[in-house]
Design a protein around this ligand. Structure first.
Ligand code: UDP
Ligand code: MG
Length: 354
């Protein structure tokens, strides 16, 4: 049986690029349908991540115009990872497979064919991996590659050069939905789900229009979130460093005592100041790293919703009413992932905000 595919596409302030990429996504779907790779009712699911421009209007228009397009809108900007999660959870019960992809046309859509083939061969998760990074700037390329190596060294199981272009089967998504953490880093979490997986390689292009939403500040935030949500190695490293410094201080004390008793002690102002400054700095950094983890524990204990769906595209809501003959409110209340109002959502210091 041909699987039903939903392509999940997070969008944040993308009014310039969506008119360019929507036809490309639809062409790709159409081609796969015609080749009999996917079911006829496969479609696109756009997630509007609290955009401030005409992105949501565009998605609504497209949903009215094309039967294979639908959209959900989050109540505010929650960052790429949460938007993606919202889309995946929305698609979970409606499709046999989902493919998540950015909306800017950077990732080669043709890789989807190979992904679906791998699914038909029995894989539940298929990672899209970039072949080369020659369209990225030197800085982005070097920092990204260094980062993947660092993550691996920290013990996190990430697929090298894989971002969030990925096929996930319904079975794997169902298992993934039990991962309830608030601090999410999807590319590091899916390998933890297990099941059979493989990689598909593709070339990554430049953005087709608009600008990247990942300036250095957001890149660093995502990078640190990735490490701290997947690994506790930094805390262990600090302990190791602390032990090493304690040993060093102990030797220093011995040296000071020997100098004192042999009468060779000189008022060592510079060495005192240097040691104090060095130790003070290291202590502060260590406290900061540990604080970062405590902050994460604090956020996890609150169990706040990871996203709030504010709206769904018109057509779908009508369909749902027809299907269930029930008002949608009761459906939302039954779903713990979907809260009714935005009131309960406070500021989250770890959000990667706009
Ligand atoms: N995105 C999002 N919420 C955000 C930032 C980005 O949903 O707060 C989406 C964005 O619309 C795009 C994807 O995440 O589809 C990747 O973002 P972008 O292309 O700006 O990042 P880059 O490819 O430069 O790393
Ligand atoms: Mg991009």
């Amino acid at each position: 049986m041909t699987p039903k595919l939903i392509i999940v596409i997070p969008c944040y302030n993308e009014e310039t690029v969506l008119p360019v990429t929507l036809p490309l996504f639809r062409q790709q779907l159409q081609r796969m349908r015609e080749e009999g790779k996917i079911a006829p009712d496969s479609g696109l699911l756009f997630v509007n991540d609290g955009s401030r421009d005409g992105t949501w209007d565009f998605i609504q228009q497209a949903a009215k115009q094309y039967s294979d397009v639908e959209g959900i809108a989050l109540s505010r900007n929650r960052g790429h990872q949460n938007a993606l999660l919202a889309g995946l959870m929305e698609a979970k019960d409606k499709a046999d497979i989902t493919i998540s992809i950015d909306c800017d046309g950077q990732d080669d859509l043709r890789a989807m064919d190979a992904m679906v083939d791998a699914y038909c061969d029995g894989c539940d998760i298929v990672y899209g991996v970039r072949k080369a990074r020659n369209t990225d700037t030197w800085f982005k390329r070097t920092s990204a590659e260094g980062y993947y190596k660092l993550l691996r060294w920290m013990g996190a199981d990430v697929v090298y050069n894989h971002a969030d272009y990925r096929l996930v089967s319904q079975k794997a998504l169902e298992a993934f939905s039990d991962f309830r953490e608030v601090n999410i880093f999807l590319r590091g979490m899916f390998p933890l789900v297990g099941f059979r997986s493989t990689s598909v390689y593709y070339d990554r292009r430049e953005r087709l229009a608009g600008e990247s939403h990942y300036p250095l500040r957001k890149m660093l935030a995502l990078a640190f979130d990735g490490i701290s949500s997947l690994s506790i190695k930094p805390i262990r490293l600090i302990t190791g460093l602390g032990m090493l410094l304690s040993l060093f201080s102990f030797l220093l004390i011995l040296w000071v005592l020997i100098s004192y008793f042999t009468g060779r002690s000189v008022p060592g102002w510079s060495s005192t100041v240097l040691t104090t400054a060095l130790l003070g700095g290291i202590q502060l950094i260590s406290l900061g790293v540990i604080g970062e983890y405590i902050g994460k524990i604090y956020l996890e204990t609150k169990h706040r919703p990871r996203y709030i769906i504010a709206e769904r595209t018109e057509k779908k809501r009508k369909l749902r009413l027809l299907e269930t003959e029930k008002p949608q409110k009761s459906q939302q209340a039954a779903d713990p992932m979907v809260a009714k109002t935005a009131e309960s959502e406070g500021e989250n210091p770890h959000d990667v905000d706009e």
